[in-house]
Design a protein around this ligand. Sequence first.
Ligand SMILES: *[C@@H]1O[C@H](CO)[C@@H](O)[C@H](O)[C@H]1NC(C)=O
Ligand SMILES: *[C@@H]1O[C@H](CO)[C@@H](O)[C@H](O)[C@H]1NC(C)=O
Length: 221
Amino acid sequence: MEKKGQRSTHDSLLTHHPVLCIIALSVIFIAIDPFHISPVGGREFKPVKHEVAPYKQVMDNWPRDNLSRLGHHGKLEFVNEVFGPESLEFDGLGRGPYTGLADGRVVRWMGEATGWETFSVATSKWSEKTCARGVDSTTNKQWKHEKLCGRPLGLRFDKESGNLYIADAYYGLLMVGPEGGVATPLATHVEGKPILFANDLDIHRNGSIFFTDTSKRYDRA
Ligand SMILES: *[C@@H]1O[C@H](CO)[C@@H](O)[C@H](O)[C@H]1NC(C)=O
Ligand SMILES: *[C@@H]1O[C@H](CO)[C@@H](O)[C@H](O)[C@H]1NC(C)=O
């Protein structure tokens, strides 16, 4: 008799509170993540906590624009001329800025007379028709093209050789000579694993190149 009684309590929990049951199951599913579908699923994940100095202590010593120089004297440049510029660089001759755009090009500013000039692309398959979509290239309309067109995110000149190193989200670590053109891949894999989301780089004075890969699992789209 007692068993039967328990059973009917269970039945009524399910029938009377189906939403509650579904929520409870969902919470358990998310917490356990049995199919490893979360970004950290199936990976060893060790969160590290860093103590940050108190806000007030940091801000008291923070150099600030207390005369609003940026507000009063700042100039907005190149509005609606380039879309999705990321990194900015100047070459050894002081030309530029060079920047990576959402349509996959690395462009450079060559002064009023010439304006913006395409300097480099990640692949010979890059085409204006597929890739150069103006302001649309900064929206999700570009996602299906990005893999082909590339997305240069990090730029750094090697001041000695004049070569430009590019961290392209899809094409990995690339290099192009001072004259520009189609960039040459330097690394698409690290320790046998593909670079999925190269993001930025810097060149150490000893010649080593350091770059960041934002994800081991996902690309940008
Ligand atoms: C503005 O900041 C400078 C240094 O960051 C400081 O020397 C100066 O006293 C400040 N001026 C005002 C009005 O707070
Ligand atoms: C350059 O220095 C960095 C930082 O100390 C080090 O990790 C790297 O191995 C060095 N590279 C070379 C080629 O010595």
